[in-house]
Design a binder for this molecule. Sequence first.
Ligand code: GLN
Length: 196
Amino acid sequence: MVTAPRVGVVALQGGVREHVELLASLGAFPVPLRRPDELVGPDGLRVDAVVLPGGESSTIDRLLRLFGLGHPLRDAIAAGLPTLGTCAGLIQLASRIEDPAPGQESFGVLDVTVRRNAFGRQVDSAETCLDTAWGPAQVAFIRAPEVVAYGPSVTPLARLHDRLVAVNQGAITGIAFHPELTGETLFHRRLLESIR
Ligand code: GLN
């Protein structure tokens, strides 16, 4: 029997449960991550991939550092751990935040510049069917960021009203919206497929 891939879900703040349930429904074994020893054990990494959920990015950033999870997680992602960041998770992965909260830092592993809370009222919180490079996706936008600039190693995946809202760079995918709230499995399936 093939063992289920272990997928870490950063569980410090924000929308954790829906990711856990979606991953489990796809046959993966979700592993909530709060402490560094839940990510790295004596024999190395304890997960095969990781999801950074949405929430409040400046709070998640602060808690990542407070719990000591930030550095080991950043290093694992930089070393090639397959990663999906949604909304605040995308912000955490970014190389540059255009309008950070005071003291807010990000991992700098995804070569994009993000602008937080980029969308006005009409898509402040909205469910929509997006055309993505990987196929159609039914997703929810909640005070979503947008990608305002990206480097040559980044592939754009989807736009909403001409604004870039999904990108891929090697093993890292960053999306400005929430597929887990609508039960959209596309991005989580791609994450599981990218596990070697
Ligand atoms: N606006 C939030 C932030 O800047 C992100 C919103 C979300 O993750 N749904 O962190």
